[in-house]
Design a binder for this molecule. Sequence first.
Ligand SMILES: [Zn+2]
Length: 601
Amino acid sequence: MEKRSEAPIKSTKFRKLSDVDMTEVQLNSLEDLRSKDSVENGSFQGEGHSVPNSNSPVQHSKWFRSRLFIISVVFSALLMTAMCIGFVVHYGMAGDVGDMEEVSYWPVNLPKEQQEWYDQGIDELKKAVSREFNRRRAKNVILFVGDGMGPNTVTAARIYGFKEEGLLSWEHFPDMGLLKTYCADKQVPDSFSTATALFGGVKVNYETGGVDANVPLGNCTASLKEDHHVQTILKWAQVDGMRTGFVTTTRVTHATPAALYAHVPDRRWECETGMKDEDRDQGCMDIARQLIELPTGQKINVIMGGGRQMLVSNVTDSPADPLDTWASKSADGRDLIQDWRRKKEADGVSHAVIQNNRELWNLNGQDIDYLLGIFANGHLMYDHERDRGESGMPSLSNMTLKALEVLGNSDKGFLLVVEAGLIDQAHHRGTARRALNEVLELNTAVESTLSFLKSTDRLDETLVIVTADHSHSLTINGHAERGSSILGFAGKSKTEQTPYTTLTYGTSYQGFQVDPDTQKRRDPTGDNISDWEYTQQAAINTDENLHGGSDVTIHADGAMSYLFHGVHEQSYVAHAISYALRIGRFRDSSIAETLAELTPI
Ligand SMILES: [Zn+2]
């Protein structure tokens, strides 16, 4: 026999019924009983299982004392009992499920191939019906962005890390939706335009950031007009006295973080060499200088990531910290890290500059109000290849937890943006395994953050969001066996007999290769397909794997997480965060002012 009951979950009770021996009940017989029950179930309501009393008036006639009468009574009793049993084993218990007061279910003895999914169904149902809205105003927001982490990337990473039946940490969150990622002028966007949608609430042109769609790509003149500047949740949070910060595995001047604080018409303007002379002469400022020299950047409490080659001129490189040859590097003699330090000294605020693991580990974040951590010339190294020692680069989790130490030291709450930027970088190079591994690092960072929030009793007052800025053209091809490596082979082409891997890309650099002998797709059987450097085949050759245009998921937990619930424009995220925090146009004072205007004197 099963245990009689389970602990109630919040307001909804789950009770596993067990007081009838169900060991012999099978689904087929249940169906029979259900159809029988459906004919006569008007006689039974609720959970009463007893044989109903006969209320027939007693008449002292011979007939009632006859054998026929006794047989009729016995038959009726048996029939009623059968109907009662039929009712209680009836699947669905629709009345109970409908009012959500109590959900009852019967254990059934099924083959294990069915039982595991029945048990799984009950577990998921318990979570679904016991959901409660946390309507608390959010004090803090932590927004995780997996750059280029489209739905297929998430599925593949889940299988890579936890097999088909596993879940990533954010997939346990109670609320989720989808974001439409197109930007103002392109069906498939880049990270700068999508980050501006996420943080500023406005869709803008491809490869522009912090400026609205009045500003064409690369147009310095239009970008200088303040009317065209898109404000962000980071600025609104600062206006309300909240602490703000961001952490990224890319350069701190790269597209996603730059959209928090910069207003430029071209994402390549990370330092002066990424701009034209005439644009600089007109007064346009590169992204690195905007971070260090303009008020929004100067008020950011935590800045962590790579990008030294944009902040400091003529930096030296090493195998453990190479220069990023895909990007510009400063040569005008600047040392913006030193400038940041001098400004903080002049302002008389507690601060620290850190540049490796040892300095990060030794820092007590609660002792300082401002932190600049620059750990690489370019992007940080992929997690699987970074130096984990004292002079090496930190993990995303370590940076995130250190940021929370600094930001959590405030009564007015904080806003933290965490970008797992190397998912996108790995995808661009066509190296799927690296991309999946970076998703798992994001997973660890989210887990660490949830543990921190729980241990400091802050989860209920914090809105935690995990989303992506855009997708990639990663495809999961059929039909590998369940339990197969996601990096393995899926099968053979039925028309060409050539094997293919489960993961391929839509576009990639030399991703589609033709065998000169057969003039068909090259057979990858001899390739080391599980190597970190392995580049999956693709349908179309171009300079690199390009972004994909599918929607991305958004998951939320904590204060006001229910705001994410359907198919949203990506720009909605900034508005929802503003509302949850009551910042920007949802500030209490502005609401009061609006009400005052609307109320006749
Ligand atoms: Zn990208």
